[in-house]
Design a protein around this ligand. Structure first.
Ligand code: HEC
Length: 123
């Protein structure tokens, strides 16, 4: 009986010992403290043809056509919580697997995040 318990104990220790902690490295998004909406964020809307679905009269309610100031206003109404990228769809839609087949580059994603976290300024 004692032998069986001992063998069982050794077996359990061997199994537990073989479990390694997964070391998944989170993607580090660099912060860009000099980000400007007009030059660092707004251009990605044309680059990725967002207005194909988000034009004026868009059924999604988010109009991304117009000049940078109009687009910023629409983003703030629909998809950006100034100072909080974690609750802003403009960031969270793209921080995972992408949005409607569109993935932003690391730099674009970093600029979107930084711009929102720095207050979503009109600059
Ligand atoms: C193929 C069509 C399509 C394209 C292209 C597209 N979107 Fe969207 N987007 C949608 C739809 C539909 C929704 C509504 C909610 C959903 O299904 O996610 C949406 C929702 C959003 C939202 C959340 C706010 C809202 O109105 O629901 C944001 C922010 C957004 N899109 C940004 C973008 C940006 C930025 C781009 C370009 C990089 C883009 N989208 C490209 C179709 C598209």
């Amino acid at each position: 009986m004692k032998m069986k318990i001992l063998i069982l104990g050794v077996f359990i220790i061997a199994i537990l010992g073989s479990c390694k902690k997964d070391t998944i490295q989170p993607t580090v998004i660099p912060v860009n403290t000099t980000v400007k909406f007009s030059t660092d964020v707004y251009p990605l809307i044309a680059t990725h043809n967002c207005t194909m679905c988000h034009g004026s009269g868009s059924s999604t309610g988010l109009d991304l056509s117009g000049n940078y100031s109009a687009v910023r206003t629409n983003l703030l109404v629909n998809a950006v919580v100034a100072g909080n990228s974690a609750t802003s769809l403009f960031y969270t839609n793209f921080s995972g697997a992408g949005h409607k087949g569109i993935s932003l580059t690391t730099v674009e994603l970093s600029n979107v995040k930084s711009w929102i976290d720095l207050g979503a300024l009109d600059n």
